[in-house]
Design a protein around this ligand. Structure first.
Ligand code: FAD
Ligand code: PYC
Length: 416
């Protein structure tokens, strides 16, 4: 355990869990952020911390129609990795992984960041080829990734069924040693508390109904608690992204579909790595509490609903039990869904838009939790300076007009 965490064991950590309550919504803010998920809160925190000279933290507001971290942040399965397929993606997620590794100390809250190793199984020659491709791109950018043959795979994850007389025999895997998991609500609450301690207002149960645009410039928001004016507006509402931007005629190339996951009863930890099979559309990891956290492919049709289905569970278990037959008597505890905002190239959309002073953070589909720190930090830079940071350039909304896509489907983990 790092020394910086020992203070929690001794009860010396920061115990101020509650946020100061903002009561009234002011009439005017410098920056208004829509969405108190990990992304909106991280952006508020880095704005308040890194740009205090130009942006008064007492004039930054975060608005959420629900509660802090209650959207996809609460529903995600917390896989953090940088083993992407493109140079742009790998460099971006690498910075996030580095920020995540220091986040407990930065926010003075235990994120339960736990490096497990991340295995992407290959069941076909094509999948082995993609694994080799990813390993080469990753190594080139200083990200620890390697292709494993079956013997090494058996050493890293001896619990995995490597028998060849099964429906989908495993040929090998991409191994990403720094692949990690963390505690999702600690991430949201850590950023919320740290932003709020710097003066940022966070208003829950405050839905944004419309964005006010005058002469192609975003100037305010209509909310369920009244209208506010703001110099700059950031939208970080994940699955609901198109609903809001459609109101101002800004079309996003995004489809919203449900993504489901589930968790088992806890067992004593015995599987260390995170195991993903892109071909079988399943993944599994064992949490610090011993629960198996499992997920599958996105639902096939567009829908704004977070219901759970029996088909999902049946499909998922069919393949999970082929990979880990020893789990056949383990009981499921809970099942849930979130809303994935999918882009055509499986990469996010971040930065400025054609509407002046309106910044977008969207298109996070099934992959955005791992990006929370880097996206927050770089979006804050973009908003504060009104310049697009180098790391965000490839992810501009404009890429869909220029056909300059950042194709990450082959590294998406979840099937689509
Ligand atoms: P959210 O956490 O969804 O926050 C958006 C907020 O905006 C919500 O709180 C919502 O209430 C609010 N909002 C919406 N509309 C309005 C409005 N009009 N007014 C005010 N507020 C509004 N990613 C990974 O990297 N690794 C994973 O392992 C992983 N697993 C996943 C598993 C599942 C089942 C799901 C559903 C997603 C998974 N993801 C994963 C993706 C990840 O959860 C999201 O990309 C990420 O949480 C997005 O964060 P966010 O802060 O942008 O959105
Ligand atoms: O992006 O690694 C990921 C992921 C795994 C499960 C859902 N998303």
């Amino acid at each position: 355990m790092p020394f910086s965490l020992i203070k929690y064991a001794l009860g010396l950590g920061d115990r101020r869990a509650h946020l100061p309550k903002p009561t009234i919504l002011q009439k005017r803010y410098d920056v208004a952020i829509i969405g108190a998920g990990g992304h909106g809160l991280a952006c508020a925190y880095y704005l308040a911390k890194d740009y205090a000279k130009t942006h008064d933290a007492n004039k930054i507001v975060v608005l959420d129609k629900g509660y802090i971290g209650g959207g996809n942040t609460a529903r995600n399965t917390t896989i953090i990795r940088a083993n992407y397929l493109t140079e742009e993606g790998t460099a971006f997620y690498k910075e996030s992984q580095q920020l995540f590794a220091r986040l407990s100390a930065e926010l003075n809250m235990n994120m339960m960041y736990s490096e497990r190793g991340h295995l992407t199984l290959a069941h076909t020659d094509a999948a082995m080829r993609t694994a080799r491709w990813r390993a080469e791109v990753n190594k080139h950018l200083g990200v620890d990734s390697a292709v494993l043959e079956r013997e090494e795979l058996a050493r890293i994850c001896p619990q995995l069924n490597l028998a060849q007389n099964v429906r989908y025999p495993i040929l090998g895997a991409l191994y990403h040693r720094p692949g990690a998991i963390a505690r999702h609500d600690a991430v949201a609450w850590g950023y919320a508390r740290a932003a709020s301690q710097r003066g940022v207002e966070i208003h829950q149960k405050t839905e944004v109904k419309d964005i006010i645009v005058e002469k192609n410039r975003a100037v305010g928001l209509k909310t369920t608690r009244g209208t506010i004016r703001a110099n700059k507006i950031v939208q970080a509402v994940a699955g609901y992204s198109s609903i809001l931007t459609n109101k101002i005629g800004l079309r996003l190339p995004i489809r919203t579909v449900p993504l489901q996951a589930c968790v088992s009863q806890p067992l004593q930890p015995f599987i260390k790595p995170i195991v993903v099979s892109g071909s079988l559309h399943v993944y599994i990891s064992q949490s610090a509490r011993g629960e198996f956290v499992m997920g599958g492919a996105t639902d096939p049709a567009e829908l704004y609903n977070t219901r759970s289905t029996l088909e999902f569970k049946e499909q998922l278990m069919m393949h999970i039990l082929e990979l880990f037959p020893q789990l056949h008597e383990v009981k499921l505890l809970r099942q849930w869904a979130g809303l994935a905002d999918l882009t055509p190239d499986f990469s996010p959309v971040m930065g400025k838009t054609r509407v002046k002073n309106f910044y977008i953070d969207a298109g996070w589909g099934t992959w955005g939790f791992k990006a929370t720190p880097v996206c927050g930090k770089r979006m804050a830079e973009c908003v504060a300076t009104d310049k697009t940071p180098k790391l965000l350039e490839p992810f501009a909304l404009k890429r869909f007009d220029d056909f300059n896509l950042v194709g990450e489907k082959g590294a998406a983990s979840v099937g689509h």
